[in-house]
Design a protein around this ligand. Structure first.
Ligand SMILES: Cc1cc2nc3c(=O)[nH]c(=O)nc-3n(C[C@H](O)[C@H](O)[C@H](O)COP(=O)(O)OP(=O)(O)OC[C@H]3O[C@@H](n4cnc5c(N)ncnc54)[C@H](O)[C@@H]3O)c2cc1C
Length: 574
């Protein structure tokens, strides 16, 4: 519900838009009539355009246009040299992949460049408490609605997905693509009974939209036009993304299909497999460390990644300060100096040089017993692949516009921006697209108005709460693992280890990670997915309680897990 202040702000914003409309009223440009205008040719916008072009009835009924500021030919012509990978990689969940398959787009993905994720190992950087999620756990569990699947998710370069969506669109020729043009302004047509949005492009064209879709990312112009407020905050965290080069696993080990994530107090570091010798890095850390690492020689980043998965936190903290301080004094640490420092620290922690925890470990022959607990040692960073992204949380107050912002709807990052620790942002966007596609399809089949609030309300109802739960859970996990105070670290480790023992809870968490095969499966499967988010949220809430409550920590951990279990048993009642 909007407060009076927010409402006043909204009205003021609309007043600005409307007066801008009046000044443009003299324009002689005749608006182009369109049923759906999608602003944004990122993964969400292209997926919606693809879905709308996938069915003959929609192709024949709707005139759809997509506007993208960048050059889509660069995506079409994307042809990286063999063995190299883009640094923007997403774990596409089974549910997302199933939807992309249904609309015919997944067939255009170059599957040889994707990698199945068959196991996830997550551990606490301070206590070392570890959770392992694997498909074996899913298959062994008795959660209803579970199907046998070969993977938990598929790691896919964003460009591979976007190129596939474009190829699919090009094969149908059903959507008019305007690229290299920006949406310059959006006004509401002045017409009795409520005008439609008029979208002014930078090349002078104007599109009149029955339905205007904002798939235009975090700074969404459509969200501004619709007067939809959003709430959120910037994390004091930057994600370093890069393609890591490493030795292949030996024949004694499982193949490189395990994702690893260590939660450090400065943020989680994730290792996402792409091929036997390449994997993708998403390292969320303090902005000053990210800056210092990216300005150092690549060997420094490679060694620090290895150390970040292996060394005790106290040594990592020392190394972080060393790297930042030397960068600030203008004489950055070189890779050799860093390796010597790490080697000294390994000795001081009594890390055996034959153990997988040593950077000097032998990577050929019979691997050390602890080898599968850690990702392979990184030998290099693919040239030009390291980049940084500021992280933030943001959620729109509403997904559909109303009043002066009517006939607008938000999907993807325009509606929600989330910390990448659970790899959910793009998947949530694809979930939005799937739900909106079904609403539009239904309106067309029943002869309804696709831009009406009646047609769009089921979309908001289906997605808002679902997204909110995942966002809240991820935000809490981020905050929970940033804490270093001892009782909380202890409670956290007990909590994580308890979770590791509870197969059904783990399976529920994995549904959230995406191992379910469809978002539209039986209701019990959906219940499982909800409880997955509940599980993370409940654990996070339990842990944060440690700070404020005086009762025994053990009781609270127990209560948190009991709540998850109670939820699960309720979900299985007829
Ligand atoms: C480091 C990192 C790792 C991530 N890993 C994962 C993961 O593993 N799994 C996952 O699900 N998600 C992940 N995400 C999140 C995911 O990348 C985003 O959620 C997703 O890319 C958002 O897609 P989108 O299409 O909604 O928005 P965007 O990709 O932001 O696209 C918006 C588009 O709108 C266009 N646009 C904006 N304004 C205008 C205008 N005025 N006129 C014309 N065009 C305009 C832009 O040019 C852009 O192309 C990660 C994010 C980060 C930062």
């Amino acid at each position: 519900m909007l407060s009076a202040n927010k409402h006043a702000l909204r009205l003021a914003r609309h007043a600005r838009n409307v007066s801008y409309t009046s000044s443009r009223a003299a324009s002689t440009v005749v608006p182009q009539e369109t049923d759906v205008v999608i602003v944004g040719g990122g993964p969400a916008g292209l997926a919606l355009a693809s879905a709308l072009s996938s069915q003959p009835i929609l192709r024949n009924t709707l005139k759809v246009s997509l506007v993208e500021a960048s050059d889509l030919d660069k995506v079409r012509g994307w042809a990286p040299p063999s063995g190299t990978y883009s640094n923007r990689v997403s774990s596409i969940t089974n549910a997302s992949q199933a939807f992309l398959g249904e609309i015919g787009a997944w067939a255009h993905v170059e599957e040889g460049r994707t990698c199945p994720m068959e196991e996830i190992q997550v551990w606490d950087g301070l206590s070392d408490a570890r959770v392992t999620f694997s498909m074996q756990d899913v298959l062994a569990s008795h959660l209803p609605g579970m199907e046998s699947l070969p993977q938990m998710a598929r790691l896919t370069e964003n460009l591979n997905l976007q190129r596939a969506l474009l190829r699919h669109l090009d094969s149908t020729s059903a959507v008019e693509l305007f690229d290299k043009v920006k949406v310059q302004s959006i006004q509401r047509e002045e017409r009795e009974g409520g005008g439609w949005p008029l979208v002014h492009l930078s090349d002078g064209r104007v599109l009149r939209a029955r339905l205007l879709v904002g798939a235009d990312g975090f700074n969404s112009p459509v969200r501004s036009y619709a007067g939809i407020q959003s709430y959120g905050w910037a994390y004091d965290t930057t994600a370093i993304a890069a393609t890591m080069v490493h030795h292949p696993r030996t024949s004694f080990q499982t193949p490189n299909t395990t994702a690893y994530q260590r939660f450090l107090p400065t943020g989680p570091i994730a290792f996402l497999p792409l091929s036997p010798t390449a994997s993708s890095l998403v390292w969320s850390t303090k902005p000053n460390l990210a800056k210092a690492l990216l300005s150092s020689e690549p060997g420094v980043l490679a060694s620090m990644i290895n150390a970040a998965f292996r060394l005790p936190e106290v040594s990592l903290r020392y190394l972080h300060n060393l790297i930042v301080d030397s960068a600030n004094t203008g004489s950055p640490l070189d890779a050799q100096q860093l390796r010597e420092e790490i080697s000294w620290r390994e000795r001081s922690h009594s890390i055996d040089s034959r153990s997988a925890y040593s950077l000097a470990a032998d990577t050929t022959g019979v691997p050390p017993v602890d080898a599968d607990a850690l990702p392979p040692l990184v030998t290099d960073i693919q040239p030009g692949s390291a980049a940084s992204f500021p992280l933030r949380f943001n959620h729109a107050d509403e997904y559909i516009g109303d009043g002066a912002g009517a006939r607008t709807v938000l999907v993807g990052d325009a509606a929600h921006t989330i910390h990448p620790l659970a790899g959910q942002g793009l998947n949530m966007g694809l979930g939005d697209v799937e739900a909106l596609f079904h609403c539009i399809q239904k309106a067309v089949h029943t002869g309804g108005d696709i831009g009406s609030r009646t047609a769009l309300l089921p979309y908001a109802r289906e997605r808002y709460f679902e997204n909110h739960k995942i966002m809240a859970a991820c935000d809490k996990l981020h905050k929970l693992y940033s804490v270093t105070s001892e009782p909380i670290v202890w409670a956290r480790s007990v909590g994580v280890e308890v979770l590791n023992e509870l197969d059904s809870v783990k399976a529920a968490l994995m549904l959230n990670a995406g191992s379910q095969s469809s978002r539209r499966g039986p209701s019990r499967t959906q219940l499982g997915a909800s409880f997955a988010a509940d599980g993370v949220e409940s654990l996070a809430r339990t842990m944060s309680g440690v700070r404020t409550l005086t009762e025994g920590v053990g009781n609270m951990v127990g209560a948190g897990v009991q709540r998850v279990l109670k939820g699960l048993s309720n979900s299985q009642r007829p």
